[in-house]
Design a protein around this ligand. Sequence first.
Ligand SMILES: Nc1ncnc2c1ncn2[C@@H]1O[C@H](COP(=O)(O)OP(=O)(O)O)[C@@H](O)[C@H]1O
Ligand SMILES: [Mg+2]
Length: 261
Amino acid sequence: MSQPLLEIKNLHVTIEGKPILKGISLTVNRGEVHALMGPNGSGKSTLSNVLMGHPKYTVTQGTILFQGEDYTALSTDARARAGIFLAFQYPTAIPGVSVANFVRTAMKARFGEAFEAKSFRKSFKGALEALGISENFATRYVNDGFSGGEKKRHEVLQMTLLKPRLAILDETDSGLDIDALKTVSEGINRLRGPELGILLITHYQRILDYVQPDKIHVLKEGQIVRSGGKELALELEKTGYKPYETEAAEAHAAGAKGVLG
Ligand SMILES: Nc1ncnc2c1ncn2[C@@H]1O[C@H](COP(=O)(O)OP(=O)(O)O)[C@@H](O)[C@H]1O
Ligand SMILES: [Mg+2]
């Protein structure tokens, strides 16, 4: 049995003293796609930001192991260099920095000495073509005036070129029309492989029609209240998140009881 790519153990996280994640445990192996679903405010973006090492969040308990090493307190930079990639739910605009320069800088940071500037143009062009992005994208400023679909395509473009080991996609599907959703999904499917682990965060099950997950987890109020195979998505489509509300409340109450004795 090979070592898991990502192992989250009993993760508790607070923001400004407020508990958000309340004991998340999750293991992602190389080659697997895990979908993390859940209603708004359940902690999906918090988990993705914590995995990327965002300083705003405090881990009060638990560990994040990446390829067997403790990454819980590592800097965002070190995580990115090691191949952890986060596609943001709300990508920020960086006026004055072109897409090409941005991606090239990120590739240099990721691949260091191994990065060959000469091959950049070729791989960059190839990725644009594969994702159905026009060439003038290269000189546009990052996310500046991008449509929702363009922002998400840009995230997948970065992912394609940075070749991460673990890709966390935070609602990469939200706000996409059906064509953009198909292109983005194809981009993700093209990257799937025995080395890459994907955590696909989504509010809707729609993207799971195109990207088939190996496992699905339902997050509710900072806890994973249900895990299962891809059939869980169909069930959620029918029932919504309602049935999980009591389970989460019960789990929460049990946890509180544990603390209070
Ligand atoms: N910067 C913040 N300060 C205070 N509370 C926050 C902050 N960011 C998120 N939260 C709270 O954390 C909870 C989880 O939010 P989030 O992780 O964004 O959920 P999701 O991505 O599932 O919609 C929500 O109750 C939200 O209000
Ligand atoms: Mg979110």
